[in-house]
Design a protein around this ligand. Sequence first.
Ligand code: SAT
Ligand code: MN
Length: 605
Amino acid sequence: MSPKDPGPAISPRKCHGGSVSTPLESWVEESARLTKPAKIVWCDGSQAEADRLVDDMLRDGTFIQLNQKTFPNSYLHRSNPNDVARTEHLTFICTRKKEDAGPTNNWMAPEEAKDKVRPLFDGAMKGRTMYVVPYILGPATSPYSKVGVEITDSAYVVASMRVMSRMGKAALDRLGSSSDFVPGLHSLGDLDPERRFILQFPEEKLIWSVGSGYGGNALLGKKCFALRIASWMAREQGWMAEHMLILGLEDPTGKVTYMAAAFPSACGKTNLAMMVSALESQGYRVWTVGDDIAWMHVGSDGMLRAINPESGFFGVAPGTNGKTNPNVIKALHHDSIFTNVAMTESGEPWWEGLDGDPQESLVNWKGEKWTSSKGPAAHPNSRYTVPAKQSPSISAHWEDPEGVPISAFIFGGRRARVAPLVYEARNWQHGVFVGAMMASETTAAATGAVGVTRRDPMAMLPFCGYNMADYFRHWLDMGPKLKHPPRVFHVNWFRKGPDGKLLWPGYGENVRVLKWMLERIEGRADANDTPIGYVPTRASLTLEGLSVSPGTIEELLHVDSNDWAEELDATGKFFEKFGKRLPAEIRAEHNALAERLQRVSLTPK
Ligand code: SAT
Ligand code: MN
């Protein structure tokens, strides 16, 4: 360190009296030696601290004030235009053995990864503030919650972590002088994609992220910890960390049945979790527990118990409006952060699909005066960040320490063809296979081509912190540990007709499908036994008040043997990647489906 650069004053915090450093203090010290910040701030999560951060960010342009009458305490952040989505090709699982990361993850050996990326952290925080952000994933009093600490030089990340997790003093209190936390070192670096790396070290439960300030790359509690590191922990410890929303479906008697649903990023998890039910007048309501991630343990009652590790929603803005998600529209009118949306003349956030046509007076997501030649005004992956408790749909049980009991798993994705509106798996093992063969068309949530169908088992392809063959094994093993394993369903809201139009209206009408699931769970709804599983009979669906023709319903429920034979082929090729590590049960289910399809195609019509 040069004489001009005395380095930061360490240990501004004396919470444990003695002079021996806690593991947290040692790690902060070590990180400061590497990144050489001008100053270190330990975040306590208080309102005063948040206000100071906002002032700083308004001053340096990181935050732009929105209309404080209609959007009090809400701000717009514009990320670097080269840094607007997760970068899966720059995301690595760093395990000692390559096979432990598996064929679907990018891999680097831990020491090689550190040698490569350490120089990018060296001096990266010179002249910047290093924030130490302690956070709890999960309700503060839950035995299932876990502590993480993110070190970052981005004030936007701090403000976002304050919404998305229980950040600050509560986390330090829970941690005490223990070493039981997941450290995550983050620096914006120079934001050059050539020098951007998102590294997970699951064996030592460590995260390094450099070169991106965006969402899942930078809010390390989210995908890096709550999914990649946690999925590894969950297998070690016998629980599940899944890319799932959690909702409660209330029936006319007031009974609430909880369901968890895995869809890939930007496929409608937030909207489903926060749905205003089209059957509300019949007594069916949806309550939100979580919109993105579920941590689930075997409860003492033999049910799978789910907590939401997060405390906010980081949702896709485009397409969100008073019809598609009225609850979030109500929630985001205060204390919210908007990222890469457009802004109206009166300083309100705007995005495609909000309402009306874009006005010429808009400023687009890059801060330029918008014209139609400039493409969408809001980036397709622009986001709102909203505290969960602000949603009118938030469940009274969303912070229950024991979690809510899960009665159904729902898998789904965007499929223009093949997958029917809904079907139910035959049993747990078949359900795991249904999840394992999931596929979806890619979205703007990650960089790369949009609309390409890819296999995305359990919507975990970008988030599983270990070999997916072992992940399937873990899933198979979890079922028998449960007295009441969740029933497994698959949905597809995105099936299209020959004219290319969506067949199903979606959004609030999706409650009709949830109601069918509930009635299956209760043994009351009919289904046809098809090669792929149980598909509703037309009569078993509640369709009153819906203007969808009987022909369209038939199309929605149709199981086409040829399409499925192709699907089976594609799945088979995907499974081949895992070689001998693929559990025999998955192979057996694959063969059984092939046989059932064969039988149907041989049956005279
Ligand atoms: O940017 S995030 O990874 O948090 C959003 C998503 O892709 O689900
Ligand atoms: Mn997600």
